[in-house]
Design a protein around this ligand. Sequence first.
Ligand SMILES: [Zn+2]
Ligand SMILES: [Zn+2]
Length: 158
Amino acid sequence: MERFDKLGMLVIPNPRSRTPRPRATTLIATRLYCQHGHDLVSSRAVFDGHPGILIAARDQRDHPGLVALSPVFGDKRRISLDLDLVPGERATLSCPSCGAALPVHSPCECGADLVALFLTASGDFAECIGICDRVDCVHARITTSSELIARAAAFPRS
Ligand SMILES: [Zn+2]
Ligand SMILES: [Zn+2]
C-alpha cells in the first residue's frame, strides 16, 4: 500500500517500526522546491531507492559545497559533497539551481533557523517543510494544509 499525497509526499506504513503504534508511517518527500520553483529533489543522491534532497551549502568559513539530505522525514542521514560540515556549526543553505538563500521559516529550538523547502513550486509558506541550518540539528517542521501529511508527520518513524 502506497499513497501519494497531492503535494508529492509519499506516505507509507512503516515496516521497520518495532513499536506497535498502529499509525506509524514513513513520510517521504518526492517534490520540494526553492522559493523560485526549482526542484530540490535529485536522483544524484539516493536514499533507500528514494531520490534525495540536494541543497547548496556554505560553511562558516565560506567554503561552498553540496549537501544531500534523506527525503525520509525523521531520517538523519546526510551526505556532504566538497564540504566538511562541522557538527554544531551553522551553514548557509541555498538553491543549487538559482543560488538564492532558502528563506527562514521560523526559529529552531536550538537557536538557529529553520529554513523553508516548499511543497509547491509557488513558494507558499503555508505548504512547506522547515529544516534547521545547524549541522546535525535534526529538528524539522512541516506546515501544510494536507491532513495526510500532517498526520504522517505527527508519527515520524522511530
Ligand atoms: Zn532556485
Ligand atoms: Zn536546530
